[in-house]
Design a protein around this ligand. Structure first.
Ligand code: RIB
Ligand code: NA
Length: 300
């Protein structure tokens, strides 16, 4: 998904019915799919975005933003039938966020569009999908990739309780955060042990591997080839804005899968943690995502 993103920085998140003073407001580019694609491109991956935006001012700007980041827009379509998707984000003083998205044109991305993008999907090294479009479209794309031996990364965000069981089977890497894992499994996730438990639960549903991200604690990696869950810690940094950190992680992960196919998944996750750690130290989502030149050479 790609969408217009309004970011409000405030001392804390408001409660229902409450009005509070914030101290900064700005508009940026967002949407999980777009963010992930841009992060992979900034690290040096050859990328294409399959998406739908409105035939409006924001849609034009979004397509230009992809071009500016070196992402192919051959399959980024504009429609007159709906407005470009939008997101409102509130970030508190500790860098945590709450997000409301209005998917708009994203929901009009359908099988016809995927058919049109088939050549790109089936020849890619990696396909990443999320749930900010119609879930049927995501599942269809994942299946197209799987049937053609393209590695799939699925990010079930925003999570839905009744996720179709085929999503698990179509995911080489199933990558979610604590709250998504809770919603999908019905199990609480507030520790590394919990994350290991839900990771195994999700793995049993048929994924190749599962990564449960844990913010400042890093992530837990579970693999069907080596079932013991493994904590992959990250470095301690001062978080300013964690919005999109998961997207930075997934974009970086996709880059590693594409460029270093024989690298151990845990090592890819360790490096992706470090890329995401750079992103949380700056305000915004894409505005905070590092380029290859900003990252230590050990990460390549
Ligand atoms: O993951 C963060 C993203 O989710 C934001 O960029 C926002 O647009 C929402 O889609
Ligand atoms: Na950030």
């Amino acid at each position: 998904m790609r969408c217009l993103t309004e970011i409000h920085q405030a001392p804390r998140l408001p409660k229902a019915g409450e009005t509070i003073h914030g101290y900064k407001f700005f508009i940026g580019f967002g949407g999980k799919g777009a963010n992930q694609c841009v992060q992979a491109a900034r690290m040096g991956a050859k990328t294409a975005m399959v998406c739908k935006v409105g035939k409006d001012f924001f849609g034009d700007n979004y397509i230009q933003n992809f071009k500016n980041n070196g992402v192919s827009t051959a399959f980024a379509k504009q429609t007159e039938k709906a407005a470009t998707g939008a997101a409102s984000i509130i970030v508190n003083e500790t860098g945590e966020n709450a997000i409301v998205i209005v998917a708009g044109a994203n929901m009009l991305l359908g099988q016809e569009d995927l058919q049109h993008a088939q050549s790109a999907i089936i020849t890619a090294k990696v396909l990443i999908c999320q749930l900010e479009i119609n879930p049927d479209a995501s599942l269809h794309a994942l299946r197209m990739a799987k049937e053609n031996h393209v590695k799939t990364i699925f990010n079930p965000a925003p999570a839905i309780v009744d996720l179709h069981s085929d999503f698990y089977k179509a995911s080489d890497i199933f990558c979610c955060n604590e709250s998504e894992a809770e919603l999908l499994t019905g199990l609480p996730v507030s520790s590394v042990e919990d994350a290991s438990r839900v990771g195994l639960d999700l793995l049993q549903k048929g994924c190749g591997s599962v990564i449960v991200s844990l913010g400042p604690q890093g992530c837990v990696v579970c693999q069907s080839i080596n079932v013991a869950p493994k904590l992959v810690p990250t470095i301690t940094v001062t978080a300013v804005d964690t919005t999109g950190a998961g997207d930075s992680f997934i974009g970086a992960l996709a880059f590693y899968v594409a460029h270093y196919p024989t690298m151990q998944l845990e090592e890819m996750a360790r490096r992706a943690n470090l890329v995401a750690a750079v992103s949380v130290q700056k305000v915004g989502t894409q505005t905070s995502f590092p380029f290859r030149k900003d990252l230590q050479s050990e990460l390549f």
